[in-house]
Design a protein around this ligand. Structure first.
Ligand code: AMP
Length: 112
């Protein structure tokens, strides 16, 4: 069993409310939603945080973004915010790279 909770979700060792999956990424509803729509997209490759990625991950990172667009397009949602928290002081609590997709309410700027 992995210590990484998102790897456990990828490996189907624990359940998640999966909304999209392909060979490179998995997307599921956040367990503690901060907006009416709050989805996490994760690479199946283990990358602890964005800062640990490298040139070899270029296609995967692009795929992650395009998967976010596809999920929102399928839901016919045109206004949304994408967030990556990198490092604990930026709010990262799960150390497997993930892209938050938030939608369904107004968002302030600058972010908190
Ligand atoms: P971050 O703070 O950027 O690391 O985001 C981690 C996110 O993972 C939080 O929004 C949590 O609510 C979410 N989360 C943690 N465990 C689970 C889980 N088992 N299923 C779905 N979302 C989770």
């Amino acid at each position: 069993m992995s210590e990484n909770i998102f790897l456990k979700i990828i490996n189907k060792e624990i359940p998640a409310d999966i909304v999209y999956e392909d060979d490179k990424v998995l997307a599921f509803n956040d367990i503690s939603p901060q907006a009416p729509t709050h989805i996490l997209i994760i690479p199946k490759k283990e990358i602890r945080k964005l800062h640990d990625s490298n040139e070899g991950d270029c296609e995967l990172l692009g795929h992650l973004m395009l998967a976010a667009k596809k999920i929102m397009a399928d839901k016919q949602i045109k206004h949304y915010r994408l967030v990556i928290n990198n490092g604990s002081e930026a709010g990262q609590t799960v150390f497997h790279l993930h892209l938050h997709i938030l939608a369904g309410r107004d968002f302030g700027w600058p972010p908190g």
